[in-house]
Design a protein around this ligand. Sequence first.
Ligand code: ZN
Length: 495
Amino acid sequence: MAVKNQSKSRNDSKRMPGKTRACRWLALFLLMFSMGGLCLGRRTQNSEMPVRIRPEHYRIAVEIVPGQGFLEASATIHLMLDQPAPPTLSFFLHETFRIEELVLNGNKTPFSMTPAPPQKLHPARQRVDIQLDGKTRALPQIDIFIRYGGVLKKLPQWGLQKPHKLSMDDTIGPERVELAAYSAWYPQFPEKHWFSLEVEVSVPANWKTVASGECIATRVEKNRIHTNWASPRNQDLVIVASPDFKEIQVPAGSEFGTISVFHTRLPADFIQREAREMFQTLKYFLEWLGPLLHTGSSLRHVYSPREMGQGGYSRPGLVITSEGRVLAALESIPTLSFRRGNAHELAHFWWNFGRGQADWINEAFAEYFSLLVLEAAGNAVDSAVYLKECAGRVRTLPNGITAMSKVPAENSASNHVVRYCQGALMLHYFRSRMGDKTFLAACRGFYLAFREAGASTQDFRDYWSRQKGLDTAIVNRWLDTPGNQIVFFPEAVNK
Ligand SMILES: [Zn+2]
């Protein structure tokens, strides 16, 4: 989620005297972490469910009734089975939903539903189990059809609840619909997967919808608007809809063509400024890392009309940001730039292949690349101040903190400091030993080598230990030393 950070615009930073500036930075830094810290909706590994069944394609039609908080959906999911396939096919679905019909390879099939223990990222889901017979288990692929629906559970948004209580931004309400992996509004399989998708969303005719993939058709029927979306490679099925959405298209001047911005109440000059900064950021990433696997996607930036919630998250071609948080921040500093936070989310278009526990790889690179963007855009001072703050937070991590090589793929306790700050500092240290050019070339090589298969912590060790200027001892020291015992910070952050 959403670590949306604000960096002041260049002009504004120049005007600020040193001390005030550092204090503001600190305040904004803390704000960033108070905004939670789930990024990209990673699914926590569940060791009870070995990943031998993977979704390859989703086709879902969903009818949403915002006033009643209700949805009804029909989904066909094409699943690949790795042999030996397990005797039980299990997936997650939203806690309060009922299944009306479940068909496996054309035959109605019995199933059981068990409440799943609430998790920080997945506070309201249940597990659905289907027993597979020997013949079905031996198949390389199967199709399930499921018709289901219900009223989405209401939980407070992130930031409106005490940290240890359950929160969820996914909602179906009269002002906002937001659905993503967090609520398990569609059948979800353990672990993170890449799949193709076709989604049809139906909402009242006066609503505007943005969903995962490209919009390929729209029709209005019986006072409802149906939009169809398709994507050849995705990780989530996201739907954001509002009756108040305004859409602004800004030319991108890159392979993204245009950026479509959806918002309800943001100032026009702010939107133009943000769009310009995002294009520049994409240009840097394309230059440093090369084209995306999901090229051809348009870029949509959706300011979800939440009061608070997670700051932002990204999916292929889609960045979703809390409009309420942006408005609140603009109220205190009208010239505020979200360049760094947006760059972090855009960086996830590339950095999204750390597997399972190694999700820290995604966050470390997204965080560090957001700082490279600041530097490239002429804000090297802000980037340095940010890194220094990071070093302070890592040094003061509590005793008993997990080393990066063991940090779980979630942000409870101080894990976010390990995943984001310690990760960014490590990359900064690597760069200081390798030189800018070699470092960027190695990042690009790492991205190209693992973007399809995903990288584990061991893959990271092996790859980076071989790079010029580094060795196994250096890499292992960063990965295996608890943050508060790290004494080998890059020179720059010790000053
Ligand atoms: Zn992130």
